[in-house]
Design a protein around this ligand. Sequence first.
Ligand SMILES: [Zn+2]
Length: 147
Amino acid sequence: MTIESPDTDADAGSRVVSCTLCGRPDGSEPIHGIGARMRRDQVCYSCDWWRTCRRYRTLGDRDDDGRRIVRAGGRHYMTWTPEQGPPPEIGESSAGPGTLYYVLLDDPTATVIESGPYWMMGSIPDSLRDVLPDNARIVREPARGAR
Ligand SMILES: [Zn+2]
């Protein structure tokens, strides 16, 4: 995910007037360091978020640094190796403490993959389920108390 540094977003906190993608007037959600991009593109926070997630799909379900994207049960996750580390926009503290066990849907061997730390990025809106279809199936949920 490309995130502009909050420190360089001189107009942080200013609002997009009306989203050019969904038409929704914005103004209720905080803009976390991406205000300049949102203003440039005139998109709301939600559309900016899911537009970024759609871009991951075009990158082969990876982010720019190779972190894997897992979509399962309509939820959008990012996982990473210890070498990759968490994406800079969330930092270590936001990573789920549990582990996802999943099978990629296009893997004919149905090998169970054990994620490292992961980030549950949100539930994919119904309107985007066609463009962000599941690419995996969770085979074991994180332990209770974990995210
Ligand atoms: Zn929008």
